[in-house]
Design a protein around this ligand. Structure first.
Ligand SMILES: Nc1ncnc2c1ncn2[C@@H]1O[C@H](COP(=O)(O)OP(=O)(O)OP(=O)(O)O)[C@@H](O)[C@H]1O
Ligand SMILES: [Mg+2]
Length: 433
């Protein structure tokens, strides 16, 4: 294969019944037959710069995405296309073999398995990568495979900027995983002019037989089947904040002039979280959130003052940290730092965690179906955590390993004090006999 072959623009993907048309000094035809069905062809034919695809298991996500990368890097010389998997190892396991199947051998100039990359005869490059150490070259195209299983910040903070200088495109595909960042991206893609969003069940892919699908339906629980096979975005089962619903509790919540700001705050260091609320009648209005990675109470108060320079209010902190000293060198307690910033601290008592959870759930919707807790759309972390925090299987202990407990705790510390449920308790402070 001569390196002098210049590759012309690929025919559009839907024209691929079988061959790639390659023009150059000596026109050559390479066969690259890929048996894509109508659903995959819809994805490949999209003219949008960014494409989000939610599809069931074995739909053909990986093959379709790799083919899209190939089309891109063959559309001109010296182009760079990345296949990104949830980890480096998974990138290799999921992507390497299908990549070799998809790239016609005569187009390969050099194949480096150890680097997980293929250099093509037109000087373009396809590389498989994990999410780590990705910052580097500008990209013409990125395919993020199983995006729901990647860190949420990977797309906005790492990959999207890599596409900036070459004005590259991207395909983000996944089977859903609850209502996590992939769900957010999928919803947003439907509203943006430069995005397309597709959702296909496994059956639309054409690679899994009817009989096999029936067998899966019989063996999987309904939620699992809906998520994995129908590619539907399902709420996790065993959710701690089961009464929360986007439909009832998420709306536009502007800051109102007048009422004090009431801030629930969790002192976890990474991330440190706070929710900004106001009490309007008997309702709690959450207008904003603050999430600071690797931070401390100084920085949190700085951020609060920066956002609300004119207002002061009350902080409802984590009651277990009354005397915790954030900064050993200064030796100030969290409460002292908050007060020094001009805010009051409500010295919350410890409440049983189950009371806090019940109290927050009741605010989302009471037994009469009335919601009293409203959250602004921009509080993405709070919304995601409320939807994702689940109990450890078989227990009533929230699963803290997910990291979704912090910001919901911040909300709970405030709710339990400002909007307490009526309790029928009798307390004896001292009994003398
Ligand atoms: N274009 C194609 N031509 C021929 N066979 C294909 C094609 N695309 C997919 N297949 C077949 O379907 C199988 C599943 O495809 P692929 O691995 O791309 O699906 P997936 O949605 O990524 O699956 P998973 O959910 O397991 O990651 C492949 O192993 C292959 O047998
Ligand atoms: Mg796959």
């Amino acid at each position: 294969m001569g390196g002098d072959v210049s590759l012309g623009a690929l025919p559009t993907a839907h024209a691929h019944g079988g061959s790639l048309g390659i023009t150059g000094p000596t026109p050559r035809i390479f066969s690259s037959y890929q048996d894509f069905g109508p659903a995959q062809i819809q994805i490949l034919s999209s003219k949008k710069r960014f494409v989000a695809v939610s599809a069931g298991r074995r739909f053909g996500k990986t093959m379709t995405g790799l083919y899209r990368v190939l089309c891109d890097v063959l559309s001109g010389p010296q182009r760079i296309g990345y296949y990104i998997g949830p980890t480096e190892r998974q990138a290799e396991e999921m992507g390497w073999r299908p990549l070799l199947d998809i790239v016609p051998a005569p187009l390969i100039r050099r194949l480096r398995h150890s680097e997980l990359q293929i250099e093509l005869v037109n000087g373009s490059l396809i590389k498989l990568h994990g999410p780590q150490s990705l910052r580097g070259p500008g990209l013409d195209f990125a395919f993020l495979d199983e995006f729901a299983y990647m860190p949420p910040e990977l797309w906005p903070e790492v990959v999207r900027p890599m596409l900036a200088d070459r004005e590259g495109g991207a395909l983000l595909a996944s089977t859903p995983r609850g209502l996590n960042h992939f769900y957010d991206l999928y919803l947003e893609a439907q509203t943006r002019a430069d995005w397309a969003a597709f959702r296909f069940p496994t059956s639309s892919g054409g690679y899994v037989s009817e009989a096999e699908l029936e067998l899966l339906r019989a063996t999987m629980d309904p939620k699992q089947f809906a998520q994995e096979i129908l590619a539907s975005f399902e709420l996790q089962s065993g959710r701690v904040y089961h009464a929360f619903s986007r439909h009832l509790n998420v709306t536009d919540v502007p800051l109102v002039h007048g009422p004090k700001l009431l801030v629930g705050m969790d002192f976890n260091v990474n991330p440190m979280t706070a929710v900004i609320t106001q009490k309007i009648g008997d309702e709690c209005h959450v207008s904003d959130e603050i999430v600071l990675p690797n931070s401390n109470t100084f920085e949190m108060m700085e951020e609060l003052v920066r956002r609300y320079p004119e207002q002061h209010g009350v902080v409802y902190p984590d009651p277990s940290c009354t005397a915790r000293k954030t900064s050993a060198s200064v030796g100030e307690t969290d409460h002292a730092i908050i007060r020094r910033s001009g805010w009051d601290v409500y010295p919350t008592q410890q409440h049983p965690i189950v009371d806090r959870i019940n109290n927050v759930n009741a605010m989302f919707q009471n037994a009469n179906g009335k919601p009293r807790l409203f959250i602004d759309h921009k509080c993405k972390n709070l919304i995601r955590s409320l939807e994702s925090l689940t109990y450890k299987e078989g227990t009533h202990v929230p699963d803290k390993s997910s990291g979704h407990d912090h910001i919901v705790d911040a909300l709970g510390y405030l709710i339990v004090v400002v909007f307490p449920m009526v309790r029928h308790e009798v307390t004896f402070s001292r009994v003398q006999i």
